[in-house]
Design a protein around this ligand. Structure first.
Ligand SMILES: [Ca+2]
Length: 328
């Protein structure tokens, strides 16, 4: 079982199925709320579906899917992968074309897309049950979701509008005009941060939704296109990069990619309904330091513990810090 694929893990009891992707020889399993860790040979944790020697880094993969392919990163230019452990797996509505995922006061909220199927919803993490939902009109395509301090804020794709909702009952409380396309959104320090699939993030003042600044995002000097669903994680902007299962860690001041969370192998391609079912959905619980990720039409939400890293021999490896809260 330890060396098997994630889809061979047992039934969907919350928190019962777990394994590690960290390169630091560690496997964690949550059993009745108690985490027990064993040190296992690194070979037993190997997860990639292709040999590591043939596996492209997220830096290379995302650049290869852009017009900048000729400027392919050299090994020295590849931002490091963030080691992590998978500490839980939860059922997720497989009809949900996930575009946004966020926690607010311990409750999980999700935005779904596709015309005629778009919604904002409150979800029970443990069971995957949709507790309440607000559907968008058929003409609208739901996109990213965040909280501005008291309201949920949901983007739409190409209709030039965003909506505010009361978290308690998903009652619409407002709307505002959105310039250009809406893809992902998160919030930080008085700003809403919006992506539109380009290599730029726009910071909007939370109070009046006016654009305050534009942040070009680069990976070793190369524009990183396809920025999608967003989440603030310990001062960094995490971004799903469409259409890959890679999360970029972005410095909000410089726009530089400082690391990657490589989700390839988390959800087997064979278990996806079609090619649109890519990783998209990041929600962070700052109180526990846990990251929750999913994808469009994925049957699961995964709980990850990010590991603190140290540099050893030029490579980033997981340290013994079990809190996983602080990113370096
Ligand atoms: Ca998010």
């Amino acid at each position: 079982m330890f060396g098997s694929r994630i889809d061979s893990i047992g039934p969907d009891r919350p928190g019962s199925g777990c394994r590690s992707y960290a390169p630091a020889s560690r496997f964690c399993c949550l059993v009745t709320g108690l985490i027990v860790a064993w040190n296992l040979p690194a070979s037993s944790l190997a997860q990639p579906q292709t040999p590591s020697s043939e596996r492209q880094s997220c830096s290379t993969l995302t650049q290869n899917s852009s017009p900048y392919a000729s400027a392919r990163p050299t090994p020295a230019e590849v931002a490091p992968d963030r080691p992590f452990e998978v500490t839980g797996r939860y059922p997720h509505d497989q009809d949900a074309f996930t575009q946004g995922l966020v926690f607010y006061r311990g409750e999980l909220y999700e935005s779904t897309g596709m015309r005629g199927r778009s919604s904002v919803r409150r979800v029970d993490l443990a069971s995957g049950r949709v507790l309440s939902t607000r559907r968008l009109i058929n003409e609208l395509f739901g996109e990213g979701l965040t909280v501005d301090g008291k309201n949920l804020v949901q983007l739409t794709w190409q209709s030039g509008s965003a909506f505010l909702y009361a978290p308690a009952d998903l009652r619409q409380t407002g709307t505002f005009a959105l310039h250009g396309e809406g893809w992902g959104i998160t919030s930080t320090d008085g700003y809403l941060v919006v992506s539109d699939g380009s290599a730029e993030l726009r910071f909007l003042n939370t109070a009046d939704h006016q654009e305050a600044r534009v942040l070009p995002v680069t990976d070793h000097g190369r524009p990183l296109r396809g920025l999608n669903e967003l989440e603030m994680v310990d001062g960094l902007i995490f971004a799903n990069v469409y259409p890959n299962d890679c999360i970029a860690e972005i410095d909000p001041q410089s726009g530089h990619v400082v690391g990657w969370v490589d989700l390839r192998g988390l959800m087997p391609v064979s278990g996806r309904p079609d090619s649109s079912a890519v990783a998209n959905g990041i929600a962070y619980r700052a109180d526990t330091g846990e990251l929750f990720v999913t994808g469009k039409l994925w049957p699961y939400i995964y709980r990850l513990k990010l590991l603190k890293t140290e540099t050893a021999g030029g490579k980033h490896v997981a340290s013994s810090d079990r809190k996983g809260r602080r990113l370096q």
